[in-house]
Design a protein around this ligand. Structure first.
Ligand SMILES: NC(=O)c1ccc[n+]([C@@H]2O[C@H](COP(=O)([O-])OP(=O)(O)OC[C@H]3O[C@@H](n4cnc5c(N)ncnc54)[C@H](OP(=O)(O)O)[C@@H]3O)[C@@H](O)[C@H]2O)c1
Length: 300
């Protein structure tokens, strides 16, 4: 399969490296990372060991293949600008798969590409961009993908095979939008709270005050999901969040890492969208609003 990774950073480079074992993969990323890959190799350390020169470009005009699949792995706030540049390589049969966190990426992609070409996924793999050319696979996780309308189509089954063949354990979801909501609800507490309190994920359950706030955020975010017709139980979502915190207790969340690097965070696509939906549906958004306000005031 011809695959283009749009946004070769932490997760995109990891998936690109693994997929390149059996597919024609081209990475699109920033010059500094691409030059390091061209000069030396793309090196993956940690749970995946990889050292190879894979095709990598920093400009869409250098892409010579017609992609069957474009995997979008830029941060949510870069989705539209990255995809606009990639417009010319999107064929009518190209499938566009987003692994991004947050709830607004599909709509952003849909402004530029035809909605029926878009599929979505979530992954719990952990990956960190160490330095140009070097990625660390910090946590082995699960990946799910699905059509936006839930159908088990030929193209989704083909992409599942392509992922599983190269060792990215991937399952089909008949409700990928619900999976995205679940991930967003979990992230809505872990990401901002670890950023505000500048702590590892595990500390959220060690400190009783923070543990209580995690519970309150989960409750509010789940009620927002329910108001949108995504029916999830508050207790299940709280347990799920606790599980994720336990499994990643030694990790720093992606939002806290962005903050430490002085970069923009994805809070607008997580808590920001929850607030927007909550306001429309007239449900309480107080805690999400406070978290958004504090994180934004820290980074600006
Ligand atoms: N990392 C993980 O473990 C993980 C796991 C699950 C889901 N996710 C989600 O996956 C998405 C990507 O996360 P990540 O951690 O991989 O982020 P990342 O390391 O920042 O990777 C994104 C890369 O894309 C680059 N980029 C942005 N716009 C571009 C453009 N127009 N052309 C080429 N490259 C461009 C970025 O460069 P700059 O940094 O210079 O902007 C960055 O190198 C996020 O939505 C995240 O929440 C990540």
């Amino acid at each position: 399969m011809n695959i283009v990774i749009l946004g070769a950073g932490a997760i995109g480079s990891l998936f690109g490296a693994l997929l390149s074992k059996k597919n024609n993969v081209v990475l699109i990323g920033r010059s500094i990372h691409i030059n390091a890959i061209k000069k030396e190799n793309l090196i993956i350390e940690g749970f995946t060991q990889f050292k190879n020169k894979i095709p990598a470009v920093h400009s869409i005009s250098e892409i010579k293949i017609c992609p069957d699949l474009i995997i979008i792995t830029v941060k949510s706030y870069d989705t539209e600008s990255a995809l606009k540049k990639a417009r010319n390589i999107i064929d009518k049969n190209t499938v566009i798969l987003s692994f991004q966190n947050g709830l607004d990426n599909i709509d952003k992609i849909g402004k530029i590409a035809v909605r029926k070409q878009i599929i979505a996924g979530t992954t719990t793999h952990g990956s960190i961009f160490q330095k140009p050319g070097l990625i660390k696979h910090t946590g082995k996780g699960k990946t799910v993908i699905g059509e936006l309308d839930g159908r088990k189509t030929g193209r989704i089954m083909k992409i599942l095979d392509v992922f599983n063949e190269v060792g990215i354990e991937t399952k089909f979801s008949k409700n990928i939008l619900k999976e995205m909501w679940i991930k967003t609800i979990v992230n809505s507490s872990i990401n901002p709270l670890t950023t505000i309190f500048q702590c590892k994920n595990g500390y959220l359950l060690e400190n009783p005050l923070l543990e209580n706030i995690v519970k309150k955020v989960c409750e509010e975010s789940t009620k927002i999901a329910n108001s949108e017709g995504i029916y999830l139980s508050i207790e299940d979502m709280y347990q799920k969040t606790r599980e994720v915190i336990d499994d990643t207790s030694e990790n720093y969340s992606s939002m806290f890492q962005s903050y430490k690097k002085g970069k923009k965070t994805e809070i607008e696509s997580i808590n920001g969208i929850l607030i927007k939906i909550g306001k429309i549906n007239d449900v309480d958004i107080t805690i999400n609003n406070i978290l958004l306000y504090i994180v934004n005031s820290m980074v600006n």
